[in-house]
Design a protein around this ligand. Structure first.
Ligand code: FES
Length: 150
């Protein structure tokens, strides 16, 4: 194991703790556009007793739409990747664990002292490093008119 991998794991845990503390926000929604992503509250998402989150498909009505939710303390983006494909991506950078946010047509690692500006595509794959691995995916399944995440 390289030093880089160890640092990523430790920092990711720290980042998750910070994310959980900040997640009085609970649920946010945003749409990815060519420009800057916008965020808004998503009151229609429901946290189930086991911690999974139910997201209405109506919130992801177009390809590229993104809903940001908290799944058991992990800030997670639910993305409509194509007409029939959705992904749930943990918003923690795979380089050293800095927060990742919707940006442009994908996601960007923060450029604060924690992050180093890696970029990820809409499907979570790396567009530019230094991150070398895709964003972590959470299980996701369709249930009628909703997605169940976690
Ligand atoms: S933490 Fe280094 S690029 Fe994200």
């Amino acid at each position: 194991m390289t030093t880089d991998s160890t640092a990523r794991h430790l920092t990711r845990r720290e980042a998750l703790g910070s994310a959980a503390a900040l997640c009085g926000l609970a649920v946010l929604a945003s749409g990815l556009t060519q420009g800057q992503a916008q965020a808004r509250m998503l009151p229609s998402a429901e946290t189930l007793p086991d911690g999974r989150v139910k997201v209405p498909l109506s919130q992801l009505s177009r390809v590229g739409a993104v809903v940001v939710i908290d799944v058991r303390g992990e800030r997670t983006a639910v993305v409509r990747v194509s007409r029939s494909t959705y992904r749930a991506l943990v918003l923690v950078c795979t380089h050293q664990g800095a927060p990742v946010n919707p940006s442009g047509k994908g996601f960007a690692c923060s450029d604060t002292s924690q992050g180093h500006r890696s970029r990820f595509r809409r499907n979570g794959s790396v567009e530019s490093g230094p991150a070398y691995g895709p964003l972590e995916r959470l299980p996701l399944r369709k249930d009628g008119t909703s997605l169940i995440v976690g």
